[in-house]
Design a protein around this ligand. Structure first.
Ligand code: 3SL
Length: 247
């Protein structure tokens, strides 16, 4: 297995796709997606365009769908939900499909949606992602951070490092055997420095600060928990993620 980390969708190569791509948006899209599926949501369907989301979700029965929209961290007016994972309780999401559009996370997913295997990761479901990688041993893996409008995000790269670190620990691969680019080494170093203080790291992160200004401290606390959800979102068709059932 060769692992590559890309800090943002814009930094991913455009001339090829890996066997397995993992989209990461710790604050908060991929944390929300893991939470929805862990809470019994039927699927998560992602859109970059809000009008397209509304149009496609029209064909879904009212009681079986939820529309979630976020722009600039805030809920889109008229939508059922914003992008807070704390809203995604079983009472609200069970049996429903979440039609979601967010500023950056959904873009990262769309950027890698042609890979053979597409997963989403956050700190909350890191262990489930690593277990899948160790079981399936894909030849090439890209971990793609969502960043913020094209810029690097501390929390996404730290999460990429958490995944890479755990793969190194659980295999006898050396760092040089595993790492496909320098970003893997720097992501692991970032994670190792902050692994016991992820919430503090989020307080230093520009998007963490943006969410704090929007009164989202509880979301930051939730997103900073590691390995609390045993769920793996996996793409079933372009843009549609369901819970992976291991065979
Ligand atoms: O950019 C995104 O995709 C979102 O996750 C941003 S927010 O955390 O909902 O503000």
């Amino acid at each position: 297995m060769k692992l590559f980390v890309y800090h943002t969708p814009e930094l991913t190569p455009t001339d090829n796709v890996p066997e397995c791509a993992i989209a990461v948006d710790v604050l908060r899209a991929t944390t929300t997606m893991a939470t929805v599926l862990a809470s019994g949501g039927e699927a998560v369907q992602v859109f970059s365009d809000l009008d397209q989301l509304i149009q496609q979700s029209e064909s879904w029965p009212d009681e079986k769908r939820l529309r979630a929209g976020e722009r600039g961290g805030a809920k889109v007016p008229g939508f059922d939900l914003g992008n807070s994972p704390l809203d995604c309780t079983p009472e609200i999401v069970e049996g429903r499909r979440l039609f979601i559009s967010t500023t950056n996370g959904t873009r990262a997913l769309q950027r890698v949606q042609d890979a053979k295997i597409v997963l989403t990761a956050a700190f909350t479901n890191r262990a489930a992602v690593v277990r899948y990688l160790l079981e399936k041993q894909p030849e090439t893996v890209w971990i793609v951070g969502s960043g913020w409008e094209g810029s690097f995000s501390l929390e996404d790269t730290a999460c990429a490092g958490a995944i890479a670190h755990s793969v190194v620990q659980q295999t006898n691969l050396s760092l040089d055997e595993l790492a496909g680019n320098d970003e893997v080494i720097s992501a692991i170093a970032l994670y190792c420095q902050w692994q016991d203080n992820l919430l503090e790291l989020f307080h230093h992160a520009s998007h963490g600060k943006r969410l704090l200004r929007l009164d989202c401290l509880e979301d930051l606390k939730y997103c900073s928990q590691i390995d609390i959800l045993d769920v793996l979102p996996i793409q079933q068709e372009p843009g549609v993620l369901k819970k992976h059932i291991s065979s």
